[in-house]
Design a protein. Structure first.
Length: 221
């Protein structure tokens, strides 16, 4: 099989949620020296975008989204160590979670993988994370950054609820707040008072490093 055929196969089989075939193709790609990021960005992610488009048109329903997501997760399980393997030195700590009311986690997990690859220690709180859990975990781990992911327009308001909870606990200024997820925009992030927004995983990593650097250099010695 050529690299193009493997990428096309990843797209086609993720679309219909054929998890065993997706795993086989990922393994075949790796055996053939196909770049893991290419499999991700040219095959797997575009396929999930098409799943979303079909859902919007009413051609797909929740079960189809679910099996496509499972196929993607199987691929990520194999790719995770390769995407994260850079030997980067420790740059900071990050507490990350999908906000309350929201169970989407593929995008969040991808950001986590990239953060770990860039040298962050990541505490992943999972999905449907309540504001009080974020507060408690920030108090426990004292991270440089907390990241809130939301994938639904109905759960994006939890960013503000989380920031309010940090303020109430007196820890808002101790931590950099980053937000992201498919429906989120820079404008929305500014409106809720987040310190940073990134549209994708690699920008999220660059921005996190940047914000930490700025914060550290602003602190008088
Ligand atoms: Co749902 N879903 N879903 N879904 N789902 C979307 C998000 C949707 C856009 C589909 C659509 O209509 N086109 C739509 C939301 C519409 C909206 O509100 N604007 C939607 C809906 C409506 C729903 C339900 C309400 C459906 C229903 O029940 N009627 C329901 C909600 C459940 C809930 O959360 N309470 C639901 C359920 C599900 C499944 C469980 C079936 C499944 C999720 C499985 C899982 O995650 N484990 C699912 C899926 C798979 C999707 C789509 C198809 C794919 C999401 C995905 O994984 N994308 C999605 C359609 C789409 O996105 N086009 C859709 C790939 C991923 C790599 O991208 O998530 O954007 P993304 O992550 C990116 C960036 O956003 C960014 O980096 C990531 C990597 O580059 N990023 C950050 C993410 N977090 C970040 C944090 C940062 C910075 C960047 O800083 C902290």
């Amino acid at each position: 099989m050529t690299h193009e055929e493997i990428i096309q196969g990843l797209y086609d089989h993720t679309l219909v949620g054929n998890a065993p075939e997706v795993r086989d193709l990922v393994n075949q790609g790796l055996a053939d020296d196909l770049d893991p990021e290419k499999m991700l960005y040219d095959g797997l992610i575009p396929s999930l975008e098409e799943v979303g488009a079909r859902f919007e048109r009413g051609d797909f329903f929740v079960p189809e989204m679910l099996i496509a997501a499972r196929a993607m997760q199987g691929a990520l399980d194999i790719l995770r160590p390769l995407l994260a393997e850079t030997g980067a030195k420790q740059v900071g700590t990050y507490v990350m979670g999908t906000v309350k009311g929201d169970v989407h986690d593929i995008g969040k997990n991808l950001v986590n993988i990239m953060l770990e690859g860039a040298g962050f220690t990541v505490y992943d709180l999972g999905v449907n994370v309540a504001p009080e859990t974020f507060v408690q975990q920030i108090q426990e781990h004292s991270p440089d950054v907390v990241g809130f992911s939301a994938f639904l327009t109905t759960t994006m308001p939890m960013f503000k609820a989380n920031i309010n909870a940090l303020e109430k606990a007196g820890i808002r200024d101790d931590v950099i707040v980053m937000v992201g997820g498919a429906p989120v925009t820079q404008e929305y992030a500014d409106k809720v008072g987040a310190d940073g927004y990134a549209p994708d995983a690699s920008t999220a990593v660059r921005l996190a490093k940047d914000l930490i650097e700025r914060k550290r250099s602003a602190v008088p010695a």
